[in-house]
Design a protein around this ligand. Structure first.
Ligand SMILES: Cc1cc2nc3c(=O)[nH]c(=O)nc-3n(C[C@H](O)[C@H](O)[C@H](O)COP(=O)(O)OP(=O)(O)OC[C@H]3O[C@@H](n4cnc5c(N)ncnc54)[C@H](O)[C@@H]3O)c2cc1C
Length: 413
């Protein structure tokens, strides 16, 4: 058995996986490879990172985090994980606008796939990118800044342009937050008062298996200083004990709940950096629906509860603010993520996805790039109005198409 991704549902087909320890070593490897891709922390669930020849892990490259207080920016090497970055920023009195559910992922790997947390006014993690430096197939390092031609196409890059050496991110002064969980939110509140539900806190996530009479958990991350919601949230009751969103999992893996105020770095992710996030034995899929179609999409998945629930550990519904990044799942529209943490049964999940995609893709839902999706009818390319521009950008950065892999061939033709 060869090397696997984090979830163990994809075996890398690359002939070699190497771990360069300097940018010069990386450059030599990239220039000499027939086909090449960067590998981050391996948290994707499909073949997006893979290639036939050389996979270069960014984990061994020098890790640097450099804060520019005056510019309100941090420059961080691509292989650094959000958990390490968050600790360093917090120690210096600074913050990012949001985190994904887990802090274990690499910065460059996360932005390459438009990884996101939740919050009506929070763009995905890639929207914090102000600049980046990319080592291209020719060995040249290209620097792009927000506002430069092509920048909006180069941030959510799917790893297609080269290896991101470092990125510069917007930062803001550190802030405190608290998490409160409410159980049994009536579906009528979700479908009838969706905006009220998702705008109730800085970040709102809803957890469900779709087949219960109510939504099992509403997970609210509130900023400290605002007036907290009472013990009743639109019919859901505040929990008085901490809870994992997957009932069989250990609650110690989750960040502190029960309204205890703490720094953003210890509250915005659901999972603690020190522990295994989520379950570990799992596969994930997620579809980002344009916000105006969200309730329709939720109803459609509820109607499929009997199909999805047998393979499902938990689903999460969350929101992402619109942006202008060409391959972002929130390009040009506020979006609502319908996320599925499946059991680790590849064949079983692949048997369920067609029904789900038949319901969601026609609503304009964009699959998360880093999670498992099928798109048997080839609907996904048409969901990205700037895909042609992105293709042209890849041809400019990588004329010999050495960063092109099977995943990109399916998407770009
Ligand atoms: C338990 C778990 C929870 C998750 N929770 C969330 C969540 O809350 N929100 C969400 O949106 N997603 C979530 N994800 C998905 C995850 O954030 C994405 O798959 C992300 O892309 C993983 O980053 P990575 O560093 O592991 O990338 P990898 O899987 O290693 O690679 C992903 C892509 O990034 C590219 N890449 C990596 N490094 C570089 C680089 N330096 N330069 C150029 N390209 C690069 C690769 O080539 C590949 O195309 C979760 C995944 C897991 C396993």
């Amino acid at each position: 058995m060869g090397e696997l991704n984090w979830a163990g549902n994809h075996e890398y087909r690359a002939a070699r996986i190497v771990r360069p320890e300097s940018v010069d070593e990386l450059r030599e490897l990239v220039v000499g490879a027939r086909a090449v891709r960067a590998l981050g922390s391996r948290h994707s669930f499909n073949d997006l990172a893979d290639t036939s020849d050389l996979l270069v892990s960014t984990a061994g490259l020098p890790a640097s985090i450099s804060i520019d207080e005056e510019a309100r920016a941090v420059t961080v090497s691509g292989g650094v994980r959000y958990g390490d970055l968050a600790r360093e920023l917090q120690a210096a009195g600074w913050a990012l606008h949001n985190l994904a559910s887990l802090p274990h992922i690499s910065v460059a790997g996360a932005i390459a796939t438009a990884t996101h947390g939740s919050g009506d006014r929070n763009g995905n993690l890639a929207t914090a990118v102000r600049g980046l430096r990319i080592l291209t197939a020719s060995g040249e390092i290209v620097e792009l800044r927000r506002g430069d031609e092509g920048f909006d196409g180069a941030v959510v890059s799917l790893g297609a342009l080269g290896v991101v050496i470092d990125v510069t991110l917007d930062i803001r002064p550190s802030f405190d937050a608290r998490q409160r969980l409410f159980e049994k939110l009536p579906w009528e509140a979700v479908t009838g008062r969706f905006d009220e539900v998702t705008s109730a806190a800085y970040s709102v996530s809803l957890f469900t298996t779709w087949e219960e009479d109510t939504v099992a958990l509403a997970w609210l991350k509130e900023l400290d200083g605002g007036s907290p919601i009472g013990d009743d949230f639109l019919g859901a009751r505040a929990l008085t004990e901490a809870r994992h969103m997957i009932p069989t999992m250990d609650v110690r893996n989750t960040t502190q709940q029960l309204g205890v105020v703490g720094p953003w770095s210890e509250r915005l992710a659901h999972f603690r950096f020190e522990f295994t996030p989520s379950n570990g034995a799992e596969i994930q899929s997620e579809y980002l629906v344009p916000r105006p179609r969200a309730v329709e999409a939720i109803e459609a998945v509820r109607a499929l509860a009997h199909v999805v629930a047998p393979l499902l550990q938990i689903s999460e519904i969350r929101t992402v603010a619109a942006d202008e990044l060409w391959l972002s799942s929130a390009y040009g529209t506020d979006a609502v993520g319908l996320h599925f943490t499946w059991v680790r049964d590849q064949a079983g999940v692949e048997a369920v996805l067609p029904a789900l995609e038949e319901a969601l893709l026609p609503l304009g839902a964009r699959p998360h790039w880093g999670k498992l999706y099928l798109d048997r009818d080839g609907l996904v390319p048409a969901l990205y109005p700037r895909l042609g521009d992105f293709r042209a950008l890849t041809e400019r950065f990588d004329p010999e198409q050495r960063f092109r892999n099977a995943f990109l061939a399916r998407l770009l033709g």
